[in-house]
Design a protein around this ligand. Structure first.
Ligand code: PEP
Ligand code: MN
Length: 353
């Protein structure tokens, strides 16, 4: 895949590249008000959804082409570049007609090769940066496949947006980050710029800053952050949008570390991590051995595998203990649940022998 820079004239090649703006364009006033504040704070690229893919019908599905005229006006007045999501050929033609500078493909669309192919064909011969969000499901090949479909029609200014992956069991995040997937994408396509979308990963305002910092620490190129002049009253994704002034605080707070600094110190620390991971594995293996012995006992005494009281006792003891050791209770619960699941699996094998 041949790649060229997604940077547009006037945008500095410096991390993070920032795209900000509302989840959805709602009214001309909301677009212009948000745009003016963003531009005053130095943001160079504005986002706004015009067509909103909703999980269920009846939600706000976007203002449609009318909103493109507001974005065009924001571009003319502030000098910011404008970007929006496209999901069909019609969206592509409309967006191009209004001079949209950057397009992105949403997570639900990336998951559908027919839709991506249709968009790709509408973009043949057009020189425009296109950012591809990860598919809703954690499938790296599907994500790469979408990038390849765009590359195959001659687009070279491609980038990826990591917005997390759907999961049935929502806990801390709206969409699980599964950082290893974008990290593997970067390993497979080192020249592809990657932006993080902490708004859709977190789903809550408070998570935007820590997720953005984590993305910077993982050497991401940019951030796309939902920003609204009145987030509480936003027509979509109200809980995760921030005001332009909060966006500025978040961006000012980020520590941008350079790659490759003091790698020697780092390798010593990494050796320690390797060592501790080995110990963790040994301990887990030991715990499973004991658990299998318990399985044999349960079989001999005709007991059920899962003894609910015992499992509650483990959770109730370990979670506060974890907290006192500065480990988040949510994290500890996930670990204990995973260990318990494997333990049960191993005991079931023994019971059925
Ligand atoms: C969005 O960016 O507003 C959006 C709908 O995102 P996603 O495709 O990641 O759900
Ligand atoms: Mn949104």
């Amino acid at each position: 895949m041949k790649l060229e820079s997604i940077l547009l004239p006037g945008i500095e090649d410096k991390r993070p590249m920032v795209i900000a703006g509302p989840c959805s364009a709602e009214t001309e006033e909301q677009v212009m008000n948000t745009a003016r504040q963003l531009a005053a704070d130095g943001v160079k690229i504005m986002r706004a959804g015009i067509w909103k893919p909703r999980t269920k019908p009846g939600g706000f599905e976007g203002v449609g082409s009318e909103g493109l005229a507001w974005l065009k006006k924001a571009r003319q007045e502030t000098g910011m570049y404008i970007s929006t999501e496209v999901a069909t050929q019609k969206h592509v033609y409309e967006a191009l007609k209004y001079g949209v500078d950057i397009l992105w493909i949403g997570a639900r669309t990336t998951a559908n090769p027919f839709a991506v192919q249709e968009i790709a064909e509408a973009l043949e011969g057009v020189d425009i940066p296109v950012l591809v969000k990860n598919p809703v499901n954690p499938d790296l090949e599907l994500w790469i496949g979408a990038l390849e479909r765009l590359s195959n029609v001659g687009l070279t200014r491609l980038g990826a947006i990591h917005r997390g992956f759907s999961s049935y069991d929502k806990k801390i995040y709206r969409n699980l980050p599964q950082w290893h997937i974008p990290i593997e994408l970067k390993r497979r396509m080192p020249d592809l710029p990657i932006l993080c979308d902490p708004s859709h990963i977190g789903g809550k305002r408070d998570l935007i800053q820590p997720l953005s910092q984590q993305a910077m620490d993982l050497n991401y190129d940019g951030l796309i952050i939902e920003t609204h002049c009145d987030p509480e009253n936003a027509w979509s994704d109200a809980a995760q949008q921030v005001t332009p002034s909060r966006l500025k605080e978040i961006l000012d707070s980020l520590v941008i570390r350079e790659e490759g600094q003091s790698t020697e110190d780092l390798s010593a620390l990494r050796r320690q991590i390797d060592e501790v991971d080995n110990q963790l594995l040994e301990l887990l293996a030991k715990r499973m051995r004991i658990s299998r012995e318990i399985g044999t006992f349960k079989k001999e005494h005709n007991m059920t595998v899962v003894q609910t009281d015992r499992y509650d006792e483990i959770l109730n003891n370990r979670i506060p203990q974890a907290k006192s050791l500065d480990i988040s209770p949510e994290f500890m619960r996930i670990i204990l649940e995973a260990i318990h699941e494997e333990s049960v699996r191993q005991q079931v094998v023994i019971l059925n022998k």
